[in-house]
Design a protein around this ligand. Structure first.
Ligand code: SAH
Ligand code: F3S
Length: 488
């Protein structure tokens, strides 16, 4: 269970760990890059692309900001708090710049795209502002700032997917990795800033996705998460925006690849690689995706399926293009086709005009689904979105907070209900690293994405192990290994 606060803090923590490059990447690199990432998994994945582009420019990453020639912060705009966190970090950068006056500071990601050159005026420490589609321009922009000018590129692209950039894995556990498959989002949920900061939706060439997955397998990675704002909307027809698909030739249409097909291709390319994906949007998820999941043992039984609200009226105001009933039907289909499938949610409390009755609808929807876990937030008005322009942010902060508390409490209860269903079972776990609480225990996940902790014995990181589940909390399973799984 993660609330807003924890989510942001976790991200900061990961950001502070700095980054590691492989040996081939460090040859001849003399300048030092420090990069911090905030927000969604896509931002972490983008930072790996940025590190790759800059490693070719002579930059090696460092974990010490104090010794960096270039400090980059990959930012998030999703809620006001995410932006405040970044502004606070810039104050820290300012203090470091006093010790290291040659250090240059660049802002990447969604805040860069949202604020554009205004950033340079508002935050004097910032030398460079780069939007999510402009990272290939970084070499030129860095030259500008090296010559003492400020630099801005926030142009959004029709076809940039960075499919040709091999990411440098930062903060990697060497076992799990993100592979981005789409960029941007066309859904225009009325509360969401992403369509404005990340542009229109486009998909990456399936061949380059498969090559990346093959390469990850050969380097010892055992699990990948296919990433997109809305993965079910993936559609490759030779490049270009999703919205221009209608204009594609008959040949392009006939050979196009949708998300179900992509999943199938990736699952076949590496039959032992565990495959996850995130995020699914209920209005775009189709039965063929669920059926493809059921056909391949290496596709994990887990779907992150944000719903945001249980009230039909609020769903409509959010421009979520499905009803409560249609969502239930989707859930029923998932549970029928993949009975053991775990499902998680994102929820927003206190969207404009949300009444107590709407809130009760959210609680009763949760009661129906009994999610395995969830990410819950109080509504935060984002400038420029349809909700900000048309609707007053009229639910008082304390009401948003109380409703948030209630859904978090209910989620915790459901989390426990779900973890208890695993008791006594033997489940395959992929070991990701040491347990946070004990060096004598491994931490890994089962197919359903639930964290499993167990004594280390002879097993190693990256092993697939069968674990008997003996105990649980609302978010963690505790067990003991009974042998390698057949996948090992
Ligand atoms: N499709 C995306 C959603 C990105 S935003 C994905 O890949 O996850 C992640 C979550 O943040 C959303 O599902 C929503 O629950 C929450 N969120 C987005 N905008 C918000 C806002 N203005 N206020 C509060 N929460 C918001
Ligand atoms: Fe945002 Fe809705 Fe897209 S939440 S990322 S506009 S699916």
């Amino acid at each position: 269970m993660v609330n807003d606060n924890e989510n942001v803090e976790k991200v900061i923590d990961e950001g502070r760990q700095g980054s590691a490059l492989t040996l081939e990447d460090v040859q001849d690199n003399t300048r030092k890059l420090y990069i911090e990432s905030y927000g969604c998994q896509m931002n972490f994945s983008d930072s790996e692309i940025v590190a790759s582009i800059l490693s070719k420019e002579g930059f090696n990453t460092t974990q010490q900001m104090e010794e960096a020639d270039l400090v980059l912060v990959n930012t998030c705009s999703i809620r006001e708090k995410a932006e405040t966190t970044v502004r606070k970090r810039l104050e820290k950068f300012n203090a470091v710049k006093k010790i290291n006056p040659n250090m240059k500071v660049g802002v990447l990601g969604c805040m860069a795209e949202r604020l554009k050159s205004k950033f340079l005026e508002e935050e004097k420490i910032v030398d460079m502002v780069v939007g999510p589609d402009a990272y290939k321009d970084l070499p030129n922009l860095i030259q500008e700032i090296d010559e003492g000018r400020s630099a801005v590129n926030v142009i959004l692209s029709k076809d940039e997917t960075y499919g040709d950039v091999a990411p440098v894995r930062l903060n990697s556990n060497g076992v799990t990795a993100f592979v981005s498959i789409t960029r941007g989002c066309d859904n225009m949920c009325t509360f969401c800033v992403v369509p404005f900061t990340r542009g229109r939706e486009r998909s990456r060439d399936p061949q380059s996705i498969i090559e990346e997955v093959n390469d990850l397998w050969s380097r010892g990675f055992r699990e990948i998460t296919l990433l997109g704002q809305n993965v079910d909307s993936y559609l490759w027809y030779g490049g270009g925006l999703k919205k221009d698909f209608d204009k594609a030739s008959e040949m392009q249409k006939a050979t196009s690849v949708n998300f179900a097909r992509l999943l199938h291709l990736v699952a076949l390319a590496q039959p032992k690689m565990r495959i996850r994906f995130s995020t699914s949007n209920p209005q775009d998820m189709t039965l063929d995706v669920i059926e493809t999941m059921a056909q391949h043992e290496n596709i994990c039984k887990y779907i992150h399926l944000p719903v945001q609200s249980g009230s039909d009226r609020i769903l409509k105001a959010m421009n979520r293009l499905h009803t409560r009933q249609e969502y239930f039907e989707l859930i029923d289909n998932i549970k029928q086709i993949i009975p053991e499938c775990a499902i998680s949610q994102d929820m927003i409390t206190g969207f404009p005009t949300e009444t107590e009755e709407d809130h009760q609808d959210t609680l009763s929807l949760m009661e129906y689904v009994k999610y395995d876990f969830g990410f819950m937030f109080a509504y935060s008005e984002r400038p420029g979105t349809m909700a900000a322009r048309k609707l007053e942010d009229d639910v008082p902060a304390e009401v948003k907070k109380r409703r948030l508390r209630e859904i978090i409490d209910l989620q915790q209860k459901h989390g426990l209900y779900r973890t208890q269903q695993h008791l006594g079972k033997v489940e395959e776990v992929l070991i990701e690293g040491l347990s946070k609480k004990s060096d004598a225990h491994w931490m890994g996940r089962n197919s359903q994405n639930t964290v499993v902790v167990f004594p280390k014995e002879q097993y190693q990181k990256g092993d697939f192990v069968n674990v008997k589940i003996n105990d649980c909390t609302s978010a963690t399973l505790i067990g003991e290994a009974v042998g390698f799984s057949k996948n090992n």
